[in-house]
Design a protein around this ligand. Sequence first.
Ligand SMILES: Cc1cc2nc3c(=O)[nH]c(=O)nc-3n(C[C@H](O)[C@H](O)[C@H](O)COP(=O)(O)OP(=O)(O)OC[C@H]3O[C@@H](n4cnc5c(N)ncnc54)[C@H](O)[C@@H]3O)c2cc1C
Ligand code: FES
Length: 282
Amino acid sequence: MNVTASASDTTLDKNLYLPRMATILAVEEMTAREKFFRVELSQPLGHRPGQFVMLSRLGIGEAPISVSCGPRDDTILEMVVRNAGSLTQVFHGLQPGQKVGVRGPFGSGFDLADLYDKDIVFIAGGLGLAPLRSLIQPVLAQPDRFGTVTIISGCRTPAEELYRADLQSWSHKVKVIRLVDKTANLPWDGQVGLVTAPIAQLDLDPGRTVVALCGPPVMYKFVLMELDARRIPHSQIFVDLERRMKCGVGKCGHCQINHVYCCQEGPVYRFDHIEHLPEALQ
Ligand SMILES: Cc1cc2nc3c(=O)[nH]c(=O)nc-3n(C[C@H](O)[C@H](O)[C@H](O)COP(=O)(O)OP(=O)(O)OC[C@H]3O[C@@H](n4cnc5c(N)ncnc54)[C@H](O)[C@@H]3O)c2cc1C
Ligand code: FES
């Protein structure tokens, strides 16, 4: 069993069972449920966009958390943590200067080469923007290597929007469509509706469009129906699927989608590679 990460030789540590200690540099409240964490590692993570780490607090536990920044040469790692339960609540109580453990990077991630010279549509629902940001950043940093870029980002209400400042700054460079399901009587300068709604209006060339999709499970089925209506080949759709994970290295089986180990072959899949698996989009 190969327990080295799939990223590169700069990978944080060759023994991926061993957490490496990292220091929290910044914690920022993004919404009532999500906090942004910037941590400093002892050496560069060496990740690909779409990979994840196992983030831990010693003596308490560890959870899979997506890397939310693009590949970088320095030792900084950025993540968004939703307060979903007992462990993530502990993360939310941490302050700059405190330590966390980091294992990884794990998983397949996106290969930037798949996107070269293509028009790219990013579709993010809720927390799905956190992992997609790790791909959006390197794409926007090298505009000459890619075609047009469209970012569709949706959340339930304006109060739940993640990375608002980033979305606004990206909108100066590429087309950004921000949506909420409902305004909940809050000020809102984007659209109201589901992330599926703008797809029919986009100017898409099925021959050169690649879609990267990440969001809650309920979103996939309907977005994929819209993409089918626009005749986007399934080989040009990349889905980022979350599964319960424990070991992160293909040992425990917690993450299996049928016979596929999500922690190793996922969480990013080319859709035509998994659409035949009955459990893929459940
Ligand atoms: C590849 C991957 C990437 C993820 N990226 C992020 C991220 O960037 N930010 C973020 O906030 N969350 C992310 N998650 C989900 C995060 O791992 C869970 O919210 C976390 O493990 C919950 O731990 P807890 O002890 O606080 O909650 P618990 O009290 O254990 O459970 C609360 C909820 O979290 C879910 N959950 C529990 N354990 C896991 C697990 N091992 N994997 C997935 N879901 C679980 C449960 O279904 C439950 O609904 C990711 C999950 C995966 C698999
Ligand atoms: S998380 Fe243990 S096998 Fe995938």
